[in-house]
Structures are given as structure tokens and as C-alpha cells.
Design a protein. Structure first.
Ligand code: GAL
Length: 414
């Protein structure tokens, strides 16, 4: 009897002490609009709704997120920032310096993020020592995807050096096959370029595209990089200009081209179409040692104390790094979980290669941030490099001229 009374008393006390419950709301800006991307982000929408959240979707089409970032700038300038934004790499810290990002350290600490996220990747999520973004995944950028039947029919192996890549492509081209599916958008050109830079050594990549060392930029090695870019240009079909990345992936899938050099969001498209790695398509790291990572993340924008939106931000942050979302989302997206404690049992062979290489490259110092996907550099130098890469790819500019232009453009952007 005494016990019962006590129980009633404490229940009454805790109900009285409960704050008025907020109604989690979030307007979410992202650029996940291809088939597999939309399927992936739907996982977050569903989990958010199951927990009582109201999601307002703000998708901005355009691979790589350039258009989304333009839309974001317009929204922030008009004083009406979205609640949560797909944002990554140094752009997170750039927005933080503008004073518009929310601190999500409370959620991060409650959920023990520091214990489950690799240190190198967690650093990208911090602003002045506190948590300001929630990481979703690890995409590897430097992959070659191939149509297995085309390679088999033409006696071509998956290339492991750029020489082999060129020899295989020459052979395929002679057989009337487009060797390289590519979309002529500047971020896709940059994706090829950084893979070729990495192919000249992880140290060279570090000096040229992370440290922006003028000696690496203005080097014979960089001339060789642009030579290879010119060679790759020769393997692309005539209609490549402006093509979306997922349409290039579809060319490989449908046997209209042999290879695509693209991050493993391309694998998301193969999987969504029911294709099986090792049977229908092949994955292999681009030539050279190293792993270029691209960690998608969401930052929360300051909502001026609006309780429903703050509740939406906290719920989103919790779900994004939560183990169930990390598994389901990444199975659809082509990436691997950023949490180190999620089982990869249900993941495919390419995801296993990704996880093994990531561990190996982390140990040898060649786990490197992707410049093309906004992980390595701030906006200005990254944009300056991409402008040169695209200008070279779309003209008959010599490699020497490209190197000179690159060196000057980077110097001006620093
Ligand atoms: C990347 C992004 C990936 C993928 C890709 C194509 O920048 O990190 O998640 O969506 O763009 O849009």
C-alpha cells in the first residue's frame, strides 16, 4: 500500500515536471533527387514521421550540390534559412563563421557520437570544438564502375593502372564501344581529375589538392595529369555535355559504355535497378593507392529559438547518426555507414572493399578528403581549380597552359 502511494506520488510529480512537448518540424534542403538518392532520403523522412516529425521537403536537383548551394545562399540572404541543410566539408565551417549554424553538441553528447565516429571524419563535423553537423555516410569517390559483359566479350580486365585503363579503352573504342560514360558538368570533370591526381600518388594529391603547394601545382607531374585528362576526353561520346551523372551510370548499366569513374552513389543506381556487383557490374578502385572520401552530412541552421524547429533539428540529428538509419540509408545509397559499430553483413562486395581500403588507407595516411566533393578545400580555391579543369577538358588547351592557369588561379584564390 505504502509502495503504491509512493508510485502515484512520483508519477504525478514527473508529469507535472514535463515541459510542454514541441511538435518537431523540419524543412530539409538536399540534392538527393536521382532514383537511388530519393529512395535513400525517404528512409530519413519515414523515420522522422514515425517519431512524430513533420518534414517539408526542399529538394534541389543537380548532382554534386552546386545548385543546392546556390539555393541555400539565396534563402539565408533573405533571412529565411531552411531548418536542416545537406552540407559538407569546409563549407560547414564557412557557414559557421557567418554565425548562422546551430550547435548540436547536446544531441551528439547524449548519443555518444565521439565513441562511434572515426576521429578524422568527426573533425569535419566540428566548429570551434563543438558539434555543428551530423554525418550520414562515407562515400568513396575514386571508383571505376564497369559493365561486366562488355569487358568479358572484349577480353578486357578491370584496369589497375592508368596505362591499363588507356589500353583497355583503346581496344573497346576500336570495337565500336564508348569506353567512358561521362557527364560534362564541372563537378564531374573534377571527379575525374582528382582520381587522376591521386593516381600520381597520395603524397602528390596531398600537396596539390589539400596543401595547394605551388611546387606540386606547377610541376611536370601535373602536366602528366592534364595529359591523362586529355586522353580520357578522347574516350567520351559526343553527347556528353551537361549529362547528369546518373544518366552516365545508366549508359554503363545498359551496355552503351564500358566504364564510369564516379563515387559509389553510382552503385546506388546499379542496385536500385536490381543489378548485382560481380555479376552485372564490377567495381574497382581507380589506379594508385589511396581512398578519397566524401562524407555527406547535415547542418542545422539557426531558427531563432522556434521550439518546434529546434525539436525537429534535434530529432533529425539523432536519427541521422542512429544505427538503424545508418544501415538502411547506406544500403540504398551505395555508401558505407560512418558509424564504426554498424554491421556490414548485409552490404555488398564493393562496400566491403570500401571499408577494408578505408581502414588500410587510414593506417597508411592515404585516407584523403575529396576536393571535387567539397571535403578538402574552402569554396574559393576549390572553385578556381574546377574552373581550370573544366576549361581544359572542354577545349584544346595544352597541358602546359592548364598547369600555368591552375597555378595562377590557385594563387589568386588564396
Ligand atoms: C555528392 C554527394 C553524394 C551524391 C552525389 C551526386 O556530392 O555527396 O551523396 O548525391 O553528389 O549527387
Amino acid at each position: 500500500m505504502k509502495m503504491k502511494n509512493l508510485f502515484v506520488a512520483s508519477t504525478a510529480l514527473s508529469i507535472a515536471a514535463l515541459p510542454v512537448l514541441a511538435d518537431p518540424q523540419a524543412e530539409v534542403l538536399h540534392w538527393w533527387t536521382s532514383g537511388s538518392e530519393a529512395k535513400s532520403v525517404a528512409v530519413l523522412q519515414e523515420e522522422f514521421a514515425e517519431r512524430g516529425g513533420t518534414w517539408t521537403d526542399m529538394p534541389v536537383a543537380g548532382g554534386g550540390g552546386d545548385a543546392a548551394m546556390t539555393a541555400l545562399r539565396a534563402r539565408v540572404l533573405s533571412g529565411n534559412a531552411p531548418t536542416a541543410v545537406q552540407l559538407k566539408g569546409p563549407a560547414i565551417q564557412e557557414w559557421y563563421e557567418e554565425g548562422v549554424l546551430a550547435d548540436i553538441s547536446d544531441v551528439a553528447e547524449q548519443q555518444g557520437w565521439a565513441d562511434v565516429l572515426p576521429d578524422q571524419l568527426a573533425e569535419h563535423m566540428k566548429c570551434d570544438g563543438h558539434w555543428c553537423a551530423a554525418p550520414v555516410n562515407v562515400h568513396r569517390v575514386n571508383w571505376i564502375w564497369a559493365n561486366k559483359a562488355i569487358l568479358d566479350q572484349n577480353g578486357v580486365e578491370m584496369p589497375t593502372t592508368w596505362e591499363e585503363f588507356n589500353a583497355a579503352s583503346d581496344k573497346l573504342q576500336e570495337a565500336g564501344i564508348t569506353p567512358l560514360a561521362h557527364g560534362g558538368q564541372s563537378w564531374q570533370d573534377a571527379t575525374l581529375f582528382e582520381a587522376v591526381v591521386l593516381g600520381h600518388g597520395a603524397e602528390f594529391y596531398q600537396s596539390a589538392l589539400i596543401d595547394l603547394d605551388p611546387e606540386a601545382l606547377d610541376s611536370e607531374t601535373m602536366v602528366e595529369v592534364f595529359d591523362e585528362m586529355r586522353t580520357l576526353r578522347g574516350y567520351v561520346d559526343d553527347n556528353f555535355s551537361g549529362r547528369d551523372w546518373n544518366l552516365a551510370t545508366a549508359m554503363v548499366m545498359n551496355g552503351e559504355a564500358a566504364f564510369q569513374i564516379m563515387g559509389d552513389w553510382a552503385k546506388g543506381e546499379f542496385l536500385a535497378a536490381g543489378k548485382v556487383p560481380g555479376e552485372d557490374f564490377l567495381c574497382g578502385a581507380t589506379p594508385g593507392d589511396g581512398y578519397l572520401y566524401n562524407v555527406d552530412s547535415f547542418a542545422m541552421f539557426d531558427v531563432g529559438g522556434d521550439e518546434d524547429k529546434v525539436a525537429g533539428q534535434n530529432l533529425l540529428a539523432e536519427l541521422i547518426v542512429g544505427p538503424s538509419f545508418q544501415e538502411t540509408f547506406n544500403l540504398n545509397k551505395g555508401s558505407i555507414p560512418v558509424r564504426s559499430d554498424v554491421s556490414l553483413d548485409d552490404f555488398d562486395m564493393c562496400a566491403h572493399i570500401s571499408a577494408e581500403d578505408m581502414a588500410k588507407d587510414a593506417a597508411s595516411g592515404s585516407l584523403l578528403p575529396s576536393y571535387a566533393h567539397g571535403m578538402a578545400l574552402r569554396g574559393e580555391p576549390a572553385g578556381a581549380i574546377t574552373d581550370v579543369v573544366t576549361a581544359h577538358f572542354n577545349s584544346d588547351m595544352s597541358s602546359q597552359d592548364a598547369v600555368q592557369m591552375l597555378t595562377e588561379a590557385v594563387a589568386n584564390a588564396m
